[in-house]
Ligand binder design. Structure first.
Ligand code: UD2
Length: 310
């Protein structure tokens, strides 16, 4: 099936806006559906006029219906992406993250479109087993993780029930330009870069021995493009690098790179933090042809450049 038109829900967000740029560069017609609650028009400044933007909620049947019209692939990124918020307001966040995914799947089914769902490593919960493989039983520990897992289950069910070509992408720790540095929920790299550029101290929660599999946003975009082109039948894929970095090293490197004399300090461990996270990237490599290309040094340098010039 040749794809001409696509829909990106949450296309004005951090990851969505990078995906939109790439899809346009591939010569596709792109529509964005976004309620701009966390997304921003600034993220789409480089593609203004080239992309159709519908301001509306994923929960609004007419908005999603209109946005999906004629689309042959739906990338579903619209979500409330905060773990703490999902703990504070599980019902409200469930509406957006579960019901919203179902709405997007329905719109996709009507159009006979493929479906690529943005899921999260949060589905794995805090089991100590490493690396995380898709064959492991998911055991989410936050409502957010449970909601992403529910979304994945629906993706699988739609593939099985309606023959929809669909898959879920489990993102590990994504970072890069446009991640909102002012949000209390922003990732550690973005937080550290912002502080380091301002010459402020970097605070590590705990002893800094915890590790994460940090994946650069452009690699996440690449995984989405490959998922669009692959034949999929409802399965989930890890999207990470397969390598991990400890937070102590990360803080030291960022402080040094920024060159503003920031000091690295330690505070009490953060409640609910997991110790280690790293993916097994082999299923995505085998079935999608995905391999992350941007290493941590390169990714940090690019993101630093973005924050410096912005
Ligand atoms: C990530 C996701 C989250 C969820 C979770 C599932 C991001 C931004 N968050 O949370 O949405 O999917 O994985 O497991 O991708 N840290 C510090 N100092 C700081 C900020 C963080 O030391 O100022 C530490 C923090 O304690 C943690 C590590 O850095 O050990 C990574 O923190 P994070 O908030 O970037 O991401 P994570 O893995 O907790």
């Amino acid at each position: 099936m040749s794809i001409k038109r696509v829909l990106v829900t949450g296309g004005a967000g951090f990851i969505g806006s990078h995906l939109v740029e790439r899809l346009l560069a591939e010569g596709l017609e792109v529509t964005v559906l976004d309620d701009f609650s966390t997304g921003s028009t600034k993220n789409l400044a480089s593609v203004e006029g080239a992309v159709g933007v519908i301001r509306g909620s994923i929960l609004d049947a007419s908005a999603i219906g209109e946005a999906a019209r004629g689309a042959k692939c739906v990338f579903h990124l619209a979500a409330i992406v905060s773990v703490p918020r999902s703990v504070q307001e599980p019902l409200l966040v469930d509406e957006v993250n579960c019901r919203g995914t179902l709405m997007a799947l329905e719109a996709s089914r009507r159009e006979g479109a493929k479906f690529v769902f943005s899921s999260s490593a949060a589905v794995y919960g805090d089991s100590p087993e490493l690396p995380k493989t898709e064959a492991m039983a998911p055991e989410p520990v936050s409502p957010y993780g449970a909601q992403k897992l529910a979304g994945e289950a629906y993706v699988r069910a739609y593939a099985a029930s309606f023959g929809m070509e669909a898959c879920s992408l489990r993102y590990f720790n994504v970072y890069g330009p446009r991640q909102d540095p002012t949000s209390p929920y922003s990732g550690v790299i973005t937080k550290f870069l912002r502080s380091a550029l301002a010459g402020e101290d970097l605070t590590i929660f705990g002893d800094g021995s915890q590790t994460r599999d940090f994946v650069y946003v452009q690699d996440v975009v690449e995984a989405n493009i490959l998922a669009m082109r692959a034949r999929t039948c409802g399965e989930a894929f890890n999207v990470g690098t397969g390598a991990s970095v400890d937070i102590e090293r990360l803080a030291g490197e960022i402080a040094q790179e920024a060159g503003q004399g920031s000091i690295v300090r330690h505070a009490a461990p953060r409640a609910g933090d997991i110790e280690h996270s790293r993916c097994d990237p082999s299923r995505a490599a085998r079935d999608l042809g995905f391999r992350s290309k941007v290493g941590i040094e390169e990714g940090i340098a690019r993101t630093l450049e973005y924050f410096r010039s912005g």
